[in-house]
Design a protein around this ligand. Structure first.
Ligand code: 5AD
Ligand code: SF4
Length: 419
C-alpha cells in the first residue's frame, strides 16, 4: 500500500512526519511523493497561525475532489489542527476517513495500520531506515509557557519530556544507520527534565555517541537559557554554534502583553553573554508583527533591535488571533495592510543583514558537514547553519566534515572549495 504524507508547519511537524513514515514502513507501506500514486493521503497539520489552518482546509478540499475519481483512497488528517478542530473537520469533509489529534501521537501508526488492515511485517525485512545525514528527534512535547498569542499549550498540552534512555537509544540507532547530525526538538528544549536528567546532561550523553559529528537543538526560550547550557555550547565540540532564540518583539510593553517573561534589555544581555563566550555563535530568531496594541513606536523598537543585534536569520509572522489564547480577548487592532507593511519591512531588513553576513564570510574557512550530492554539487552546512555549495564529482564526501574555503556568496548561499 502506498502513502503520501504532506506536512504543514514547523520543524517539529516535519520531524514527526518522518518518524511516522519510519513506523509505517515497518508495516510494509511505501512512501510516494506524487499524490496520484497514493492509496493513503496523510496531512500533518499545524494550528500555530490562522494561515496554516486555512492551508490545511484547502488541501483537504483538493484531496476530496481527487477521492471522487479514486473512491478507495483513504484520507487521514493528523496533528495540531486535527486536535483542535477534529469534529469540525469530520463535519465539513465527509470523505475524511480518520482524524488523529496531536495528543494521540503515540497511536498514529497503529490507527492508520488498523484503518488500512495491514499486518505488521518483520522490521528486518522491510524496515525503511532513513539514510539521511541530518536527522531529528522530539525530546519534549507540549508547552507550559502560555505566551498570550500561542495556541500550542492548548492543542499540544502540558510539557512531557520523553525518556532519556529511549532518546539515547534512538540516537544510537540513527547514527548506526548513517546519521552524522541530530537535531533535538521541542517547544522549549531547556525545560527538558526526565527524573534527574536535565537538558544539559541529556546533550552531554548524546554527544558521547561514537560516529555522531554534530548536535543541534531548538527551540530555546530566552528566559530559560542557562549559563550551564551556554558553557556546554562553548566547550562541547559536537554541539553546533547556533541558537534559535525567539525574541518576538523589541518593545517591553508588547513583550509584557505577550507574557514572554523577559524584557528587551534582558534579551540583549543574553545575546551579549552568548557572543562573549562563543565568538562565532549564530543567532536566529522569531518575530511577530502586528500584535494587539503594537504601535508604530513599538514596531520601530523591534526594527531597531534587529539592526542592533544583527541576527543571522529570522522568521517573521503577522499576528493572527488564535482561539482560547489570552491575546484573542484583546482587540486585534493593527489592520491587515499595516501588518503586511511591517512584515515586509522586517523581511527586507533581515535579508539586508543576511547578505552582509554571508559577504563577510567570503575568503574565510569553515567546517562544513556535507549532507547531499546533486548534479555534481555537494551541499553542506556550516555549524552556524548556513548552506554551502561545493563543486565536486564524487558523492563519497557525503556525511563527512571538511574545511571549506568560501570563494563566493549569493543572497543567502555560500560557494566554496574543500581545502
Ligand atoms: N500569530 C503569529 N505568529 C505566531 N507564532 C505563534 N503564535 C502566533 C500567532 N498567533 C509564531 C511565534 C513562534 C512561532 C513558532 O510562531 O513567533 O515563535
Ligand atoms: Fe507557544 Fe510560547 Fe510555548 Fe513557544 S514558548 S510554544 S510561543 S506558548
Amino acid at each position: 500500500m502506498k502513502y503520501l504524507i504532506e506536512t504543514i508547519g514547523c520543524q517539529m511537524n516535519v520531524c514527526e512526519s518522518d518518524a511516522l513514515s519510519n513506523m509505517l514502513s515497518n508495516y510494509g507501506m511505501l512512501q510516494v511523493h506524487n499524490i496520484v500514486d497514493a492509496d493513503v493521503i496523510i496531512l500533518n497539520t499545524c494550528s500555530v497561525r490562522a494561515q496554516a489552518e486555512q492551508k490545511a482546509f484547502s488541501y483537504i478540499g483538493r484531496v476530496e475532489e481527487l477521492k471522487k475519481q479514486k473512491p478507495n483512497v483513504k484520507i487521514i488528517v493528523i496533528g495540531c489542527m486535527a486536535e483542535r478542530l477534529g469534529i469540525k473537520i469530520r463535519k465539513r469533509f465527509k470523505s475524511v476517513d480518520l482524524v488523529i489529534g496531536s495528543k494521540n501521537i503515540n497511536n498514529f501508526a497503529l490507527k492508520i495500520v488498523n484503518l488500512c488492515n495491514l499486518a505488521k511485517i518483520d522490521n528486518n525485512i522491510l524496515s525503511k531506515k532513513s539514510t539521511e545525514v541530518g536527522r531529528c528527534i522530539t525530546i519534549i512535547r507540549g508547552c507550559n509557557n502560555f505566551c498570550s498569542y500561542c495556541v500550542v499549550p492548548f492543542v499540544r498540552g502540558q510539557e512531557v519530556s520523553l525518556d532519556n534512555k529511549i532518546i539515547i537509544s534512538e540516537c544510537e540507532e540513527m547514527v548506526k544507520s548513517g546519521a552524522k547530525e541530530i537535531m533535538l526538538l521541542g517547544q522549549n528544549v531547556n525545560s527538558y527534565k526526565h527524573g534527574t536528567v536535565d537538558f544539559v546532561s541529556l546533550v552531554r550523553d548524546i554527544c558521547k555517541i561514537d560516529g555522531l559529528e554534530r548536535l543541534r537543538f531548538m527551540t530555546n526560550h530566552p528566559k530559560n537559557l542557562s549559563d550551564d547550557l551556554i558553557n556546554l555550547i562553548a566547550t562541547e565540540k559536537k554541539v553546533c554554534h547556533h541558537v534559535h532564540l525567539p525574541m518576538q518583539s523589541g518593545s517591553n510593553k508588547v513583550l509584557k502583553e505577550m507574557n514572554r517573561n523577559y524584557t528587551y534589555e534582558y534579551y540583549l544581555a543574553l545575546i551579549n553573554k552568548l557572543r562573549s563566550k562563543i565568538a562565532d555563535i549564530s543567532i536566529t530568531t522569531d518575530i511577530i508583527v502586528g500584535f494587539p496594541g503594537e504601535t508604530e513606536k513599538d514596531f520601530n523598537n523591534t526594527l531597531k533591535a534587529l539592526k542592533d543585534i544583527f541576527f543571522d536569520g529570522l522568521y517573521v509572522f503577522r499576528y493572527s488571533s488564535r482561539p482560547n489564547t489570552r491575546a484573542s480577548r484583546m482587540v486585534d487592532d493593527v489592520p491587515l495592510e499595516e501588518k503586511k507593511r511591517r512584515h515586509s519591512i522586517i523581511l527586507n531588513e533581515s535579508n539586508k543583514i543576511s547578505s552582509e553576513i554571508v559577504l563577510s564570510m567570503v575568503g574565510k574557512t569553515f567546517e562544513v558537514l556535507v549532507e547531499n550530492f546533486k548534479s555534481n554539487i555537494l551541499e553542506g552546512r556550516t555549524g552556524g547553519g548556513r548552506k554551502v555549495f561545493i563543486k565536486s564529482t564524487s558523492k563519497d564526501y557525503v556525511g563527512k566534515v571538511f574545511n571549506v574555503h568560501i570563494s563566493e556568496s549569493k543572497i543567502n548561499s555560500l560557494f566554496g572549495n574543500i581545502v
